[in-house]
Design a protein around this ligand. Sequence first.
Ligand SMILES: Nc1ncnc2c1ncn2[C@@H]1O[C@H](COP(=O)(O)OP(=O)(O)OP(=O)(O)O)[C@@H](O)[C@H]1O
Ligand SMILES: [Mg+2]
Length: 364
Amino acid sequence: MKLGIVGLPNVGKSTLFNAITNAGAQSANYPFCTIEPNVGIVSVPDKRLDKLAEMYEPEKFTPATIEFVDIAGLVKGASKGEGLGNKFLSNIREVDAVVHVVRCFENDDIIHVEGSIDPARDIETIDLELILSDMEVLDRRIDKTKKMIKADKKYQAELEFFERVREAFDAGLPARSVNCTEEEAELLSTVNLLTNKPIIFAANMSESDFVNGIESNPGYLAVKKIADEQHAAVLPICAEIEAEISGMDAEEKELFLSDMGLTESGLDRLINACYSLLGLISYLTAGKPEVRAWTIKKGTKAPQAAGKIHSDFERGFIRAEVIAFDDLMACGTMAAAKEKGLVRSEGKEYVMQDGDIVLFRFNV
Ligand SMILES: Nc1ncnc2c1ncn2[C@@H]1O[C@H](COP(=O)(O)OP(=O)(O)OP(=O)(O)O)[C@@H](O)[C@H]1O
Ligand SMILES: [Mg+2]
């Protein structure tokens, strides 16, 4: 799972990305390793997994991970190949979701490419480039659909839907803002549109606004309004604070955050928000050799979840022995939980739940 960080130049993308990357480099286990200068893998913070590690003292500890890509800054005309235009756009086409960093902090020393702070305008600028690029992709699909109609009239409805999306583009609206039925959403997902990717707007605020009152920052409110209209998520953040805490150890970090009246770093909130944005959940496996989180899509059934570990587990699936995290914690040990009958035996049709602790039985 890959997330692309996008935005205008000089809005705080690299500060945020470096905070992410740095946070990982500090971590002892596996959290974070840089593959390329602009790609970072970050572990998904999960307090349940930490608790399991305390319980089992495992030899290996493997959290779930997601990948962040610091995509080159965007300039006007990118869709026409300006600057890093085409490369930039193809980078975005490869990611599963987008974090759009929007500048909401005032600071005369830091140049804004447009000369003033105006988050609504900035979002519009980026959206427009992405929409222009999407128009080309959609037009090709519309041509194809028209040809298919000649052979089979049933494609007429598809064409009408695509044309409705095209009208939204003409009005300067991203694909994600179009109201869709479930079927239409399914159809739309078969066209790889930049403006249909799940998105989080990261409203990058000054330290004082972030600490003293997010809701009084007019930039944040403007971003929130747009996010609501587009069926998108919004996350207030201060990239500078994140950069500051990324170098701290766990204890220092907790102290620093509680001094500011916070419980969780923005980065942790961002990572968790991205995880749920992508419709992902984790199931957990626990034992002396390893405590580990496995990433699956919400709604995945037990055999397919088992297949994440090994294809044999799916092929030879017999059953899953499952306990909810809270039940295990309430009992203290797996043996006690078993005695109380809290470890359930689940079959092929079982839909995995977030935080399930699982042992798969299989036979090949
Ligand atoms: N929340 C914030 N408050 C104040 N200053 C900030 C904040 N976030 C970032 N900055 C400052 O803004 C400047 C630009 O940040 P950064 O280099 O991360 O931008 P960028 O989006 O990566 O730019 P480019 O696209 O040019 O690479 C830096 O000086 C950084 O310290
Ligand atoms: Mg940068």
